[in-house]
Design a protein around this ligand. Sequence first.
Ligand code: NAP
Ligand code: GLV
Length: 310
Amino acid sequence: MHILIHRADGDTDPWVADFAELLPEAEVVVWREGEKARPCDYALVWSPPQAILRELSEVKAIFNAGAGVDAILKFGDALPAHVPVVRLDDAGMGVQMAEYVTHAVLRYFRRFDEYEAQARAGQWRPLPTHRKEDFSVGVLGAGVLGGRVLEALAPFGFPLRGWSRTRKQLAGVECFSGADGLDAFLRGTRVLVCMLPLTPDTHNLLDRAKLSSLLPSAYLINVARGAHVAEPDLLTLIKSGRIAGATLDVLRNEPLPMQHPFWQEPRITLTPHISALTVRRDSVAQIAEKIRRLEAGLPVAGLVNRQQGY
Ligand code: NAP
Ligand code: GLV
């Protein structure tokens, strides 16, 4: 069995070594742009160049080395329609998302963002505490990673809300679904956590109207994709005080250009797309297991629905 692998960073050796250990029956073929690879049974890619597509029409499945598939589905019809695309299903990212989002929610709830600003100004001044009942946390995209984040937040006692495409029942979480449920979800949410896949339905979803539906002095935590948020609208709402702060791990243009106004806005906290990094070992173990299942004719989790876009 042959597995074609491409990584934009060129750092393929550790992946090859992990496959050698975890799927010894496979030989990994490293593909580099401009080369023609030998025919392969499976492919593993992350944000690949268009030129790789001609190598993919004969594989049995394309594995995406991340949870979000926007960077591969963007090829549209050029991506062979008959080849299944399989994304990572947690694979060590859930716990990282839980850490990141819990940290950001607690930072706002305990007003650490304001204490950091006070400390920089040399001010020793206790602030009134927020009340848990006024600090509802709503997760847009209550899927694999969103569900893990809701679980992690549960012990703190915030009112929890989740929004998904299909209706969910999650213990201790008020669940909303579909376009019809979005308004009610937003109107009761103080801290909005975006964990949606980027699809035609969710692109630019968080515009001025939607962000203005949140409870007063709301917060935004975006760990999904930058294109979910209309950036100028967010900035306007932050400057007016309608949105009290935002933590953004993902931006429309990454790296964020130095002249972007977000760098200058103290109520925006930026991180460089690190909320949940691909964990190589867990990913290879998951892909190896999925290849074994596919070879045995068994179903696998994380199969992408091209029509839905995730
Ligand atoms: P997932 O399991 O597919 O969950 C996606 C959730 O979004 C599901 O609950 C889905 O609803 C919901 N959804 C999708 N389209 C919707 C729509 N139009 N309306 C309402 N709900 C909708 O995906 P995941 O593994 O949790 O990953 C989520 C995203 O996180 C990825 O796509 C990626 O963009 C992002 N991510 C970012 C990082 C980072 O480092 N910043 C790392 C990993 C992932 P259903 O449950 O009804 O299908
Ligand atoms: C990272 O952004 C991912 O989608 O896995």
